[in-house]
Structure formats: structure tokens, C-alpha cells
Design a protein around this ligand. Sequence first.
Ligand SMILES: Nc1ncnc2c1ncn2[C@@H]1O[C@H](COP(=O)(O)OP(=O)(O)OP(=O)(O)O)[C@@H](O)[C@H]1O
Length: 745
Amino acid sequence: MQSKTSADPQNASPEAARTTSLHALAVVARHHGLHLSVEQLQRDYALEAGEPSNRLLLKIAEDNGLTARTTKLRWKHLSRLDKALPVLLRLRDGSTMVLVAFREDGGAPAAMLQDPLSTDQACVAVDELRLSSVWDGEAIFIKRRHRISDDEQPFGFGWLLSQILKERRIFRDVCLSALVLSLFALVPPLVYMVIVDRVLVHQRMSTLYVLLASLAFVLVFDTLFGYMRRYLVAIGTAKVDARISRYIFDRMIGLPIDFFERQPTGVISYKLNEVWRIRNFMTGQLLGTLLDSLTLIVLIPAMFIMSPPLAFLVLGVAFLMCLVVVIYIGPLARAYGKVVQAEHRKGSFLIEVLHGMRTVKSLALEGRKRMDWDARVADAVRANTNMQLLANQPQTILQPLEKSIYAGTLVVGSYLALSGDASVNPGTLVAFSMIASRAASPFVQIAGLMQQFQEARGAVLQVGSVVNHAPEQGLGKQGVRPTIKGDISFSDIRFRYQGAQSPALDGISFAIEPGTVVGIMGRSGSGKTTVTRLLQGLHQNYDGLIKIDGVDLREIDLNHLRSNLGVVLQDNFLFNGTIRENIMAANRSATLEEVMRAARLAGAEEFIERLPRGYETMIEEGSANLSGGQRQRIAIARALLVDPTVLILDEATSALDPDSEAIINNNLTRIAQGRTMIVISHRLASLVNCDQIMVLERGKLYDMGKHDELLQRCDVYRHLWFQQNRHLSPGPSHDRASLTTAASS
Ligand SMILES: Nc1ncnc2c1ncn2[C@@H]1O[C@H](COP(=O)(O)OP(=O)(O)OP(=O)(O)O)[C@@H](O)[C@H]1O
């Protein structure tokens, strides 16, 4: 078993062996969105030293909203666990590891095991031999238990059903009208029966009039109930649509930033759009088939009343049809899986080319990209054709079966009539055939539904891969909301981006006094931006302590924190709308005077007022009608409008032309008044007046001091300074005033 320091399952540590199971349970529970405190569990269940037994572990899981079951697994099973992961593996020494993945790509297959006691969630790859030396196959599967009405359950058919059930009154009425309609469906066959058996044989005109009147009556009510059913379905669907849209947007906007950095925007939007395929399936084909199946409640008893032998015949054929459907479900699911993969590869490639169109054109890559595209299209066409051909097989088998119901009842019915069965006469035969054909239609629909079900299932996986991702921690929870003055301290902060080999920040400690201006410089990749990202609470999985005004950053409500922080990046996104609306983005209730004051402070007023429509100028798609400098100044005005107590300028002026940069730099002193400001810049000239300058080097704080001090003692700073100011000779001492003048000249 591994310990905190060792990820090797053979290096079992007795310390770890005492508590691993509960920690492992907490790891898996967290994966399912439940937060369990190991200490609390130990108290609640009076656990003493030692690992709890399987039985107790299952009970703890059950008591805490999970379902768990033990099982025996072999190495060959591990590659097929897929959606069952993460799984607990109980080792021979009684300790527990978490199996988080099984890797088969490229090299030798390996089980990816996570030590539940490790804080950095690092995994170790273990091969079959090593695993079998410590594990004899005992595993525990854990799932979250959800009630059907549980809004917190992960996105899937269950969640969709719960949303549909929220409109249960509407859908109950839909079902009622479907039942009434199926009763009406019995009338025409019965009328035919009476016409053939009574009216034609006995030539009764009066019966014919009665039948005509009842047919007209049924026609009117059939139309009315049909209208009501469609009306109710439309209303119910619209309500479910609104719920789905709100839910998808809520989940999407609550995801952590690194999720969006890992996946191209186009891929995310492609996946989310698949939700409409699911909605159409559930409220269209599935609902339609279910409602049509309701007619069976009326049709099957009717068939048995008319002729039990014929009814058994119909049910026998229907059973065969179901069997065909069941046989094909598995192969169709696999074929559709290949379609999804091929379509996904095609879709992501298209999005990538669209995003990189400028590079494609400038490197003349059109031909190469076309060939790559053709290969992906060929894959998708092949997968789709295979799927269609496979789906064609059950359809082909079901068609004659369906027809045989009609023909079969006629033939067998005639035989029964000829052999003296008194219950079968010509009218009954015709009516029965009509009812039987109607009863067969739900079975045929179910076969058609299979393919759509596979499509909807694929779509559920796509949407789920976005919305079921763990949301940003701290968002929406009731954190503290202290008054933020801008007193910031980092104590021994270590942070590594997910999947990165080396830490982005490696034991950084510093303090920033409120109301001061701090510059951050360092080579590319030294961790400057990461410092500000942690400060914004964009990543919570760091080691060490970040405090703002004495409060642990993790305890602060994220919305409160971010509304006190202003951030201007090198490239800022402006929304579709007027300049005024963009400046007001974070404060919709600001007056025009406040907007103008922020614009003045950001140095944006002079160019905005020269525009023909001033603050009402529309910003075009991609801000094409504004220069880089103008965009930046609007972004600064936008950040200033909320009067943030901490303002972060991350290379905010680096990409600007000298004129625009000078305008913004000239305003910096005024902008900095009354707030803490953190300025990241490669150009040291814009940092010389800072109260403190931090020099970062490979994630460590190399030095921190004023410009003059750093020039004296910090080789990294001095080197960069003279590189950027070659006209100044590196002498033993430098007069700050002259340097400052040189910098701003
Ligand atoms: N989203 C990310 N995922 C993985 N690694 C990242 C991510 N962002 C940054 N890194 C890595 O973290 C390290 C620090 O990055 P950071 O952006 O903080 O550096 P920086 O000093 O701001 O660089 P630059 O001056 O180029 O903007 C780099 O090695 C970088 O490759």
C-alpha cells in the first residue's frame, strides 16, 4: 500500500494502512459530488485505529447517499470498467487504493491508482505483475444514489425524466387524452363489424343511421382530443425546454476556468447543442411511442374478448418482434459509438481549422487540411453507413412480421370460422384484423426507436461530459464576505496545473500592503499570471495559505472576492453592444457620469468623444472597429467602473503602440489611488515607480524590492533592465531619478 510519500503499492505504510479506506471513500464520494469529512465519519461511527471492514464501509457509503457493492475482479476486467470508475481496490494488507483509470494507449497496459492520502491527487501507473502482488481482486463499486426527483443528480436520462416529471400534471393529462383516443380507436373496427355482421346481412338501415351518428360523434371528439393532446405536449415541452436551457447554462457557467482552457470553445458548444437531440427524443419519439403503447391497455383486452386464439397469435408475433429488438440493441450501441467518435473527430477538426484559419492561409495549408478533412469524412461516412446497414436488418425482419399480423389473423381467423368456431364471423374477422394492425404499430415504433435511442444516448454522453464536470469550488456556497481593503499575503504557495510536470509556483511567500502598487516581472513561464489567477480564486487546489485582509482566500465567497477585484489582461474580450454597455458590464446600474469618469481615468474619454456616436458606438463582432489601444482603454474603464479595491493589470499595455501605452501609463498614478494594484509587465520601464517589484524565476520568488534596490542586488532584474535600456551603461550605482526619466522618455 502506498503512503503519502510513496506512490508504490508495494511500499505499504502502517500509518496509511490505518485510514486509507475512509479517505478512499471520500475521494470517490467527491468524484460523485458529495463531500465527506473523514474526521466526521470517524467520530460518527466511533472508528478506532485500523481499516473498517467491507461491511462497515458499505454501510457508511449507504448512510451517506451512496450505493456500494463489493465484487471480485481480475486484471482483464479493469479495462472494461469505464463508467464504473473510480473504484476502490482493497489490498491484501487491508488498505485501499482508488483505481481512477486504466491506460492502454501505446505502451503496456497499466492501472492508474491514486493514493487516497496524497494531497496532490497524483496517480501511479501499476502493471499487472505489481498489482497482483498486493491485490487479490477485491473491489468496491460506488455510485451516487439519486431519487428520481433529485435535481442534484448528474445529467442523464434520469435527470431529464425528473424534469419531465416536474410537469407531471400536464403529462398526466396527455396520457389521459391518449387513453381516451385509444378508446375511440376501437370504434371504427367495431362499426365495420356491425355493418358486415348486422347491417349488410340483415339489411337494417336504422342500425346504419345509428352507426353513422356514432362515427360522426367519435370523429368530432377524436379531433378534439387529438388537438388537446398536441396542445398539452407543446406546452409541456416548452416548459421542459426552459428548464433544460437554464440548467445547461448554469452548469456551464459554473465550471472552472481550466475546463475551458483545455477544450476549444467550439467543441464545448457542439457538445452542449446535442442536448436538443435528447430533448427531441424524449418529448418526441419516446413520448409518442409511449402514448401509442397506452392504446395496448384497451386493444389487448378487446382482442381477447373478440377471439382468444387470434389474440394469442398477435401476442406471439409481438413477442418475436420484441426479441428482434433486444437482440439488436447491443450491436447497434457499438456501431453508434463508432459513429459518435468519427463525427466528433470530424467536428473538432472543423472547429480547429476555423479557429486557425489565419494560420492555415498564411502557411498555405489548404491542400493538406483538405486531405485530412477527406480522411475524417471517409471515416464518418463509413461508420454511418455501417450503422445504417445494421439498423436496416431489424427493420427488414420486423416488416414481414408486422404484415404477418394482419394476414395471419385473416388466414387463421378464416380457418377458425370454417372449422366451426362460432365466435369468429366475417365482421369480427375484419374488425379484429384492424385492431391487431393497430396493436402492432407500437412494436414497430419501438424498433425505430432503437436507433434514435442510441443517438440520444450518445448525445447524453456528450452533454454529460461538459455539465457533469465538477463545478468551480466555492462558487455559490455561502463563503464569508469580508470588507476587502487589499492586504494580500501568500505563504509558501505551491501550485501545479493539472497534467503539468513541474509546479507553476514553488513555495512563494510575500505580502502586499493595502494601497500599494506592486510590479511582477520574470521570464516567460515564471509564474506571474499564475499568482494573479490564484488571487482571483480561479484555482483552489494549491498548497499553502493565501490571505486577503487576514481571511483565508478559500473561505471567501468567490462572487464577493471577484467583484472586489478588477482584472485587465493583454487581450480583453468586449461583448457585442455599445461602448457604454461594455463599460457598464459589471455594474448595470452605473450612471452615464460614472461611466464617463471611469473612461476619463482609463484615458479612453478622448477617443470615445471623437467617435460620431460617442458612448453609443456599437462594438462590432471581434471589436474590429477599435484599435488595440482603444480596446484596452475600454477594458480598463470597465474594470475601474466597479471601483475595485485590488486592480490587476496583466501585460495590459504590452501589446500597445507607444502612444496608447503612454496614455495609459500617464494615468496609472491616478488609477492606483485608493487601491492595491498589481502590475505584470515584461517592460521594466512601466514598473520603475512601483512600491515593490517581485522578481519571479521558475515559480520561485527570486527577489522583491524597489527598482533601485533590485538594480543593485538582483542579477536577473539588472540583466533585463540593461537589455531593455542598452543606451544606459551598467555602472556600479544608478541614480533612480535619471533612470526613471530614462524609462519614461
Ligand atoms: N492552463 C495551464 N495549464 C497548464 N499549464 C499552464 C497553464 N497556464 C500556465 N501553465 C504553465 O505554468 C507555468 C507558469 O505560467 P504563467 O502563465 O503563470 O507564466 P507567466 O510568467 O505569466 O508567463 P508569460 O510571461 O509568458 O505570460 C508555465 O510553465 C506554463 O506553461
